[in-house]
Design a protein around this ligand. Sequence first.
Ligand SMILES: Nc1ncnc2c1ncn2[C@@H]1O[C@H](COP(=O)(O)OP(=O)(O)OP(=O)(O)O)[C@@H](O)[C@H]1O
Ligand SMILES: [Mg+2]
Length: 388
Amino acid sequence: MLGEMNEVQSDLAQLIRLALAEQTEDVRLFVARLVRKYRNTDPELAEQMDLYLRAKTPRSSAPMRKVMQPALPTQTLPVDEESRLSLLKVFKDEPSREQPLLSLDLEETLSQLIQERRQTERLASMGLSPTRSAIFVGPPGVGKTLTARWLASQLGVPLYVLDLTVVMSSLLGRSGSNLRTALDFSKRGPCVLLLDEVDAIAKRRSDDADIGELKRLVTVILQEVDEWPATSLLLAATNHAELIDPALWRRFDLVINFKAPEMPAVKQAIKRFLGQDYALFGRWIDILTFVFNGESFSDIERDLQRFRRAIALGTASDADLIEEFVKSRALVLERQGRIDLAVLLVKQTRLSQHTISDITGVSRDTIRKYTSEQLPTVKKPSKRKTDA
Ligand SMILES: Nc1ncnc2c1ncn2[C@@H]1O[C@H](COP(=O)(O)OP(=O)(O)OP(=O)(O)O)[C@@H](O)[C@H]1O
Ligand SMILES: [Mg+2]
């Protein structure tokens, strides 16, 4: 339908749609865009719109903050009619919430996102709207859900997490309307809406579920991403990028990649997760960093919590815990990894070569060979040569 209209007609239709949905902030953003668009072709119209825009001062200079005032206090959350289960989970966190550990790139991207939301007026005055949607991609346990929560807390709005299992567990034929209900509720915002594990829809395809039904779900999401109001931020998260419909993929304003932590982040994570027990485990930090390398944040956290519980109850000493743990991790390392680990243990602990050999599975001869080689720093001179 929209395709058959001319530009002006479709602009008008869009404006009416936004106005009737009382998406005032979006109307403002849209009009600002129109002012720029028509400045050359129809300067009078542009000027008139500009006047209206300036006359109508916004109620709040930070629309995402509105929620801080109890504007929508006890709106009942949408539920699945059949099961009465809530379609959305709500998180309302204080802005003082600790920031997740993030790579520098990621930190910058998120900070830009936050700045845009805090300065929507400024953007609007230049005919721009803030990023409306982003998709988080990455392996499990690296902070996708956590970051969504933190973002919402920084923006001072609630986070709604769509529970796709509830949406889809409903009677066949109702999941589409469930999804719409949940999205309509969130659109009234301001909020952050997270479509967590959005690949769940795609995964169902291989199950016995009705293909038509799934297609409808994807269609609903496609439309919603297109029409999402700038007042709320729409996020999706997945650890299966390859399962996401390419049409959906394209519709997100931003793709944000989350990666498993690298060495420095692993070290930071260990410090954070050890909390007050850091003093006790501090001397193992390099060894722990080595063996945790390549693990997700949530795996690191889980193992460290286990250590801390054992220490708290006095069921094991830190040295025993570490030794046993390092041994189990050594099993999955490649030979060179095990040798590096053995060298590290020689340098950083008082364990005997015999014990180290036992832990790492590296022979004492090899350990001796590598530790005597390690003494002079072999790498630096050759590096200087290539630099020059
Ligand atoms: N970047 C991080 N900084 C600090 N803690 C983290 C980070 N990532 C994960 N964690 C810890 O691991 C837990 C799980 O992380 P989260 O649920 O955000 O992972 P996810 O990326 O959403 O994984 P999944 O794909 O399995 O949903 C968090 O509650 C937190 O305790
Ligand atoms: Mg998650």
